[in-house]
Design a protein around this ligand. Structure first.
Ligand SMILES: [Zn+2]
Length: 99
């Protein structure tokens, strides 16, 4: 499984390095490994966690009514759940609920 540095994750997500770094620091997660140059690297599972946390590149749909929750006001995935603004259903917005 390929491991990526923050620089490569930022490139994949099309955001800046500092933004990714700040979110990783906020999440309080450590690297999975280090490159031979000593650069911290992250595996695919961790990258998914990062994407869920940063809410980048993932479309979330309500499990009950199918509404596109990304477009709902204030939508975020930080707490791991989101109450659909349309129908009130409590959705699991963690990596476990990715298709
Ligand atoms: Zn809904």
């Amino acid at each position: 499984m390929p491991k990526k540095s923050i620089r490569f994750i930022a490139r994949d997500l099309n955001v800046c390095y500092d933004y990714v770094k700040r979110n990783i620091d906020e999440m309080g997660i450590g690297p999975d490994d280090y490159s031979h140059m000593g650069t911290p690297t992250y595996n695919e599972e961790t990258q998914k966690d990062i994407q869920v946390y940063m809410n980048i590149g993932i479309d979330w749909y309500c499990d009950s009514c199918g509404d596109h929750m990304n477009e709902q006001e204030g939508f975020n995935t930080h707490s791991g759940s989101w109450v659909c603004k349309k129908c009130g259903y409590i959705n699991d917005v963690t990596k476990n609920n990715l298709r």
